[in-house]
Design a protein around this ligand. Sequence first.
Ligand code: SAH
Ligand code: SF4
Length: 344
Amino acid sequence: MIQEFAKKYNLPKFRTLQFDKAFYQNGIESFDQLSTFPADLRERLKAEVEFSTLSVEKELISAHKDTIKILMKRADGQRIEAVLMKHKDGRNTVCVSCMVGCPVNCSFCATGKMGFGGSLSAREIIDQIVYFQRQLVKSGERVSNVVFMGMGEPMLNLEQVQQAIDIITDPDKLALGSRRITISTSGYIPQFKQLVENGFRGRVAISLHAPNQELRAKLMPVAKIYPLDQLLEALDEYTALTNKRVSYEYVMIKNMNDKTEHAYELVKLFSKRLAHINLIPYNPIREVEFERSVRDQINRFRDILTRGGVEATVRVTMGDDVNAACGQLADRENKKNTDKKIRI
Ligand code: SAH
Ligand code: SF4
């Protein structure tokens, strides 16, 4: 983060290490707290390097205090959101955004409906994580996991996402093992292959949402470019290479992709694969008429998968009260001035 600054002032390596420890690990609240730096250097740093590229505009804490959702503003005024989920098993997972909105435009997604407002820099991605690191350090905790499941499609911002991953896994910076990082994609095959070629060995989540090409292409435009069979082939290669289980996200939409026959199709596709299916009750958005599947049907669907030898769980939505699906909060805020009817 301070490479340029370090180069300009010809700082020795131990200075950047001091900086990294204070900034990424100890959660300093401002450069004033960088006590290992001499005062004059600290002043120069303050004058030349931004402490954060994003400012927090709103913080929403769930009733159980296990989920904190923040709305962050970029220098240009656009908003993105990031979420901290404090799991009972001790994991502190940060869900980051990598874009403002998303150009992929899946039919059921609030982020997609916002349109595309630009890609975030690696620094902006990291600043979301460091914000929560600061909060956690106060109670002796740390960010333990990062998931790229916020706004945006990571494969369409690969270079910056890759740089962010390098900072997350750097032992001198955020120091997380690659297994603690999850990348979620709607299925951009060449970029995914590139990520793996670059050395990514973290967890992979795929937004699947349909058990066959026809329905998937109807729900997700990306499927028309990268069909399901080719996607599964690429994932099989990843599993063969890493022996890692792939997670599949499956939003349950009433009478659309939640029928019994769909569950059997999934069994056919996945019973012989190292896979986990995450059934997500659909969060209604206003631009489309879809409805959430009823609970009984979601459970029936899960049971067919499990009986067919496919590992499946229904996602427990944490922090339901702070908001529904990813993307909805920022969407509302960005549109606030033009749409007075929307409650926050
Ligand atoms: N663009 C990437 C990363 C975003 S992850 C991807 O699509 O994988 C966000 C997750 O929330 C995705 O699995 C997405 O399909 C899901 N999602 C989108 N809209 C939703 C909605 N209305 N209800 C529930 N989940 C939704
Ligand atoms: Fe983009 Fe993912 Fe939403 Fe699709 S589901 S529009 S890829 S954020």
